[in-house]
Write a protein that binds this ligand. Structure first.
Ligand code: NAD
Length: 255
């Protein structure tokens, strides 16, 4: 389905990003993973080698905005043209508004907003050269809140990502580039596990009860629940879809 599509996935070593990397490789895309942890990058590349596709990895801290130009140049030296950019790397911390300090706010804005913006900007000519597409991994938290999960910094960042998706889609269409977002519901990943681990025992019980109540499909998602939609949006089957924010959330946002 994605034969020979050169695909860059930020945060492609864990959770949703790794699920996407596997699905793209299974569909014969070449993949380029950008993530922080070198060991995880090596492990992920080893797993992906079973699919007999081109795999590249690059270690970078995308929250350090001043280094993104260098990261992009390193990518372009290997792939001067690119078909798909999946802006997936992100952070989510849930603290009450009055306890969210500037450092935490900056981390959300840098990694979840500025990094995808600047990376996409730096790669834009390379994407336009192949009439490629951008897929932003947003979140239902851009427009729906959960009890016990105070999320102003995270919600602000994902709301910005949705606005970026639509506004860039409007401009980028003229260069033949499509821009879409996926808004996952809660997905069982290291990021979510880390947040659950911070809850008290009582908090964990309440969380489980809440999931059973608010998800029409009765469960949280797994990374593989997200990757199929990502493959579809990157494929030629989605050639007339741009500016869409696709909820992949077990029905969470139906109510
Ligand atoms: P995760 O923490 O499990 O994995 C994050 C990935 O991003 C890892 O590969 C990590 O190396 C990379 N990463 C983190 N910080 C980085 C940095 N500073 N520089 C470079 N890479 C970095 O996360 P996840 O749960 O798979 O989430 C992935 C995306 O999906 C995020 O944008 C998140 O906001 C979004 N999302 C997640 C959920 C969920 O429930 N898990 C729900 C909605 C949206």
């Amino acid at each position: 389905m994605l034969s020979n599509k050169r695909t860059i996935i930020t945060g492609g070593t864990d959770g949703i990003g790794f699920g996407i990397a596997k699905a793209f490789a299974e569909n014969n895309a070449s993949v380029f993973l950008i993530a922080r942890d070198e060991e995880n990058l090596k492990k992920s590349a080893a797993t992906l080698s079973q699919f007999d596709v081109e795999v590249h990895v690059l270690s970078a801290d995308l929250s350090n905005i001043s280094t993104i130009k260098k990261t992009t140049q390193d990518i372009l030296n290997i792939w001067p043209e690119v078909d798909v950019l999946v802006n997936n790397a992100g952070i989510a911390r849930f603290n009450p508004f009055t306890e969210t300090n500037e450092e935490e706010l900056d981390l959300h804005l840098n990694l979840n907003v500025k990094a995808p913006y600047i990376l996409t900007q730096q790669l834009f000519d390379a994407l336009a050269a192949r009439k490629g597409s951008v897929i932003n991994i947003s979140s239902y938290f851009s427009h729906r809140m959960l009890p016990g999960r105070p999320s102003t910094a995270y919600s602000l960042s994902k709301g910005a990502m949705d606005a970026f998706t639509k506004s860039l889609a409007y401009e980028a269409g003229q260069r033949g580039v499509r821009v879409n977002a996926i808004a996952p519901g809660t997905v069982n990943t290291p990021l979510v596990q880390a947040n659950i681990n911070r809850l008290t025992d009582e908090g964990k019980t309440k969380f489980d009860e809440m999931i059973g109540t608010i998800y029409p499909l009765g469960r949280i998602g797994e990374p593989d629940d997200i990757s199929g939609a990502t493959v579809f949006l990157a494929s030629d089957q989605a050639r007339w879809i741009t500016g869409a924010i696709l909820a992949v959330d077990g029905g969470l946002t139906t109510n």
